[in-house]
Write a protein that binds this ligand. Structure first.
Ligand code: SF4
Ligand code: SF4
Length: 501
């Protein structure tokens, strides 16, 4: 390929990466250009084998063109340079080589590198570094060495995808999995495009979030998370769940999850929203869902089994089952009843604890306080749902410094919680779909803005823009039967409509 075509290819590939991930780095680019395979990068990053050096040497004669074209592209696309990747040779100035569309200088500055040698033992610290080394420490390297790929020069490309070096990790009970204290809840990605979801997931991984939870029932969430995560499989602990209660249905759902996510195995497969003894008995029966999960585990398709639900007493009882390795339930400043006993039981049984709905479905607005409140308990990971890069960055920062709340902070959180009462929507979306296409959680969200945040005009405008309004309700009551919080949805909708209409 001549240099003109090579530069053109760099522009195309770098453009695609920016669209997909929001950032581009030399190694990403080499993979996109098919000069490295993702497997080579994974192997190199995790096992320190010299694939990358070898492959890079093979392409060295054109590496200079590629890197300069990457810088040209970044300039023309108005990308923000990262502080964390450099090209350097000789005594020349260091040149930045990693670029981001969104930019987060504070985070990137924090990870400013040339500290490859200082990576910690776990290998987690993230560094992006590109430099030249000579076999002879006294040799002064120059551009010609890079350009012609002389044998005595090794090019070292380190691209560990920025991770939050201070993210705290805890062991997920008897699974033995090491997961970030802040995980990723997979409901909200349903609301964003696949491209946005990929950028969000990659950012979460970059910042050290390694636990991702989704579900068969979250429409395209499995697909979006799977697509983004499979390229970085070894960095992620992936959990999903199914409402199937029979062996046949669960076996089919496990297959569907694997196919939809494009994975060879799932780290944690959970029994989704188990509500009572009758359901559990069905699951445990000879043709029950647990049999399918155990078979999948034997085949290596599923690594661990968990349970999720809303009723703490019942969940605590279910932990008697040795097969159950994790439990997932809602816990937040307004939903604490039954939590201490469940946490105690989980600790006794060695069960991993996954906390969902830490912001009470968005009703609590200060995520920092809400997450830190939960992490001061004996939980393993808390999984706020995220659908923007800003949320990922704010939540990941909490995982780096999960300090207990001060008295003042607890007071602030309690004050907000006290405005909610018990009758409010947690945005779990279990009531969906409504046969009349009424978007129940969105109407309750707008009502919350109207009543709690003094945004009356804004909320009314948004309500007017909804395609199906409360007046379309057929009074069938199906939504109420599905709501795990037993909310009187029809009455609440009527009250909301009286304010918003
Ligand atoms: S009661 Fe109304 S809002 Fe609820 S599912 Fe039926 S039509 Fe939809
Ligand atoms: S109304 Fe109930 S089921 Fe629907 S989103 Fe709110 S809490 Fe969930």
């Amino acid at each position: 390929m001549n240099r003109y075509d090579l530069r053109k290819k760099v522009r195309v590939c770098a453009g695609e990466l920016i669209a997909e991930k929001g950032y581009v780095s030399p190694v990403d680019l080499l993979v996109k250009m098919e000069r490295l395979t993702p497997q080579q990068v994974e192997d190199w990053r995790f096992r320190r084998i010299p694939y990358l050096e070898r492959v890079a040497i093979g392409n060295l004669s054109k590496m200079n063109t590629i890197l300069l074209a990457l810088r040209e592209f970044a300039r023309s696309a108005g990308l923000k340079p990262s502080l964390t990747a450099y090209l350097s040779w000789g005594k020349g100035p260091k040149q930045r080589l990693r670029f981001s569309k969104y930019g987060s200088p504070a985070v990137e500055e924090k990870y400013s590198t040339h500290y490859v040698a200082n990576r910690d033992a776990s290998g987690r610290n993230s560094r992006v570094f590109l430099t030249l080394e000579s076999d002879s420490p006294n040799k002064q390297l120059n551009r010609a060495d890079l350009f012609y790929g002389r044998e005595n020069v090794r090019i070292i490309v380190v691209d560990l995808f920025i991770q939050e070096e201070n993210m705290e990790y805890r062991t997920l009970g008897k699974t033995g999995l090491n997961v970030s204290v802040v995980g990723f809840g997979g409901i909200p990605v349903q609301r964003v495009s696949a491209v946005e979801a990929a950028a969000i997931v990659n950012r979460a991984l970059d910042l050290g979030i390694n636990f991702f939870d989704t579900a068969r029932g979250y429409t395209d969430s499995e697909e979006k998370l799977g697509t983004a995560l499979k390229a970085r499989r070894s960095q992620a602990v992936i959990a999903t769940k199914s409402m199937a209660r029979t062996r046949e249905a669960m076996a089919a759902d496990i297959r569907k999850s694997l196919n939809t996510m494009g994975l060879e195995y799932i780290d944690l497969y959970q029994l989704h929203n188990v509500k009572n003894r009758k359901e559990l008995d069905r699951i445990l029966g000879p043709d029950g869902a647990l049999a399918a999960l155990l078979e999948a585990k034997k085949e290596g398709l599923v690594r661990h089994i968990g349970i999720t639900g809303h009723l703490k007493d019942f969940l605590a009882e279910s932990l008697q089952l040795e097969e159950i390795e994790t439990v997932q339930f809602p816990f937040n400043a307004v939903e604490t009843v039954g939590v201490p006993a469940l946490l105690e039981r989980a600790a006794k049984k060695g069960t991993g604890v996954i906390v969902m709905k830490p912001l009470a479905g968005g009703a609590l607005t200060n995520s920092n306080l809400a997450l830190r409140y939960i992490l001061a308990h004996t939980v393993t990971t808390v999984i706020p749902g995220m659908d923007s890069l800003e949320q990922v960055e704010a939540n990941a920062a909490v995982g780096s410094a999960p300090l207990p709340l001060t008295v003042e902070e607890k007071k602030t959180l309690d004050e907000e919680a006290s405005t909610l009462g018990g009758e409010f929507c947690r945005r779990c979306e279990y009531c969906k779909p409504c046969s009349r296409r009424i978007d129940i959680p969105t109407i309750f969200l707008l009502d919350g803005y109207y009543t709690r945040y003094n945004l009356q005009d804004w909320a009314r405008d948004r309500y007017q823009g909804l395609k199906s309004k409360v007046e379309a309700c057929a009074d069938c009551g199906e939504c109420e039967a599905k709501c795990p919080y037993n909310l009187p949805i029809r009455r609440m909708l009527a009250e909301a409509a009286a304010r918003l209409a």
